[in-house]
Design a protein around this ligand. Structure first.
Ligand code: TYM
Length: 322
């Protein structure tokens, strides 16, 4: 089984990335041949500062390694180190109906939030399809917000197969964990860098405390029971606390007598202790200056060995080359 997924280097890792995708991706590296990459071509649609982009790629690579990605087991690489994917993206775009892209929520959402409506942003799902199809991936672990893009990928693979030969491209399956498909942010909306509502995995203690203490709550007096529905604290706590601690917090809400400040402190402690071991590993990886580049270039070499023959197969099938 080949597993594949990518993350945009649009900022530091947050709980949404970790619980929505990375946890599953890390587990899956034991179950098959995993390909994970940093989607820097995709990030060009929103970041036009070269130094920031490069720094983000490096930070994200360190974060992923610190969380437990094993470069001996998986192929870990930078998307743009395999430019073959752009050629496949072009070929796919020639069979992509405009309507299919026009229906994609993510594009409409991003434009509504002020990201310039470039052709790259519009064609983003086609490049994502190329990412998946060029490695013949079977399974794609993602959060719910990427589900539609994997569906587009399946549609495009089917179109290519119908037009140029059955079995030419493998049809991938999304793998979405229901409980963590949409991790809420500090304001209760989906956690996302662009909503400015994230809790980073490796935030400094000061800013982290400030963010958590500012989570909006209602004005129920301390002694009264607290509503559990629409709580922002509870679902976040459930992600980082043990089941027993979560049940205690739930019961404390229902019983009353404890204020929101106390619940927030528990959340802060659980976030900090969950990621403390990874934080330590992160520092060690960061101190080894050449390590990340070595991992990424070895990954790129392996990724290209898989991407080239797929592209060659498609080029031949569609009539490109002699
Ligand atoms: P990106 O960088 O936005 O997010 C990376 C992964 O994190 C998941 N995620 C979430 N899951 C649950 N709750 C949240 N609040 C949350 N926020 C983020 C995303 O669903 C994703 O799985 N287009 C992709 C990158 C990409 C890709 C690919 C992914 C490019 N090519 C090929 C898979 C296969 C993206 O922007 O993810």
């Amino acid at each position: 089984m080949r597993i594949l997924s990518g993350l945009q280097p649009s900022g530091r890792l947050h709980l949404g990335n970790y619980f929505g995708m990375m946890e599953a991706a890390l587990r899956l590296q034991q179950e098959g041949e995993a390909f994970y990459f940093i989607a820097d071509y995709h990030s060009l649609t929103s970041i036009q500062q070269p130094d920031a982009l490069r720094q983000n790629v490096r930070d994200l690579a360190i974060d992923f390694l610190a969380c437990g990605l094993d470069p001996e087991r998986c192929v870990f690489f930078r998307q743009s180190d395999v430019p073959e994917v752009c050629e496949l993206s072009w070929i796919l775009s020639t069979v992509t109906p405009m309507g299919l892209l026009e229906r994609c929520h993510s594009y409409k959402d991003k434009v509504a939030r002020g990201i310039p409506a470039s052709h790259g942003l519009f064609a983003y799902p086609v490049l994502m399809a190329a990412d998946i199809l060029i490695y013949d991936a079977d399974v794609v672990p993602v959060g719910r917000d990427q589900k539609q893009h994997v569906e587009v990928t399946r549609d495009l693979a089917i179109k290519i197969n119908e037009a140029f030969g059955e079995g030419l491209l493998k049809i991938p399956e999304p793998r979405i964990r229901e409980e963590t498909a949409v991790v809420p942010g500090l304001d209760g909306q989906k956690m996302s860098k662009s909503y400015n509502n994230t809790i980073g995995l490796f935030e400094d203690p000061g800013p982290l405390k400030k963010k958590i203490m500012r989570i909006p709550t209602d004005s129920t007096p301390v002694e009264d029971p607290k509503p559990t529905e629409n709580s922002i604290i509870l679902p976040l706590y459930q992600l980082v606390a043990s089941e027993a601690d979560y049940q205690t917090m739930l019961a404390d809400h229902q019983r009353g007598g404890i204020g929101y400040g106390d619940f927030k402190k528990r959340l802060l402690e659980a976030v900090t202790s969950t990621f403390a071991p990874m934080q330590e590993r992160r520092q060690a990886i960061e101190a080894d200056t050449g390590y990340v580049e070595r991992v990424l270039s070895k990954g790129a070499e392996k990724a290209r060995q898989v991407a080239r023959p797929t592209l060659e197969r498609i080029r031949r099938a569609v009539g490109l080359g002699a």
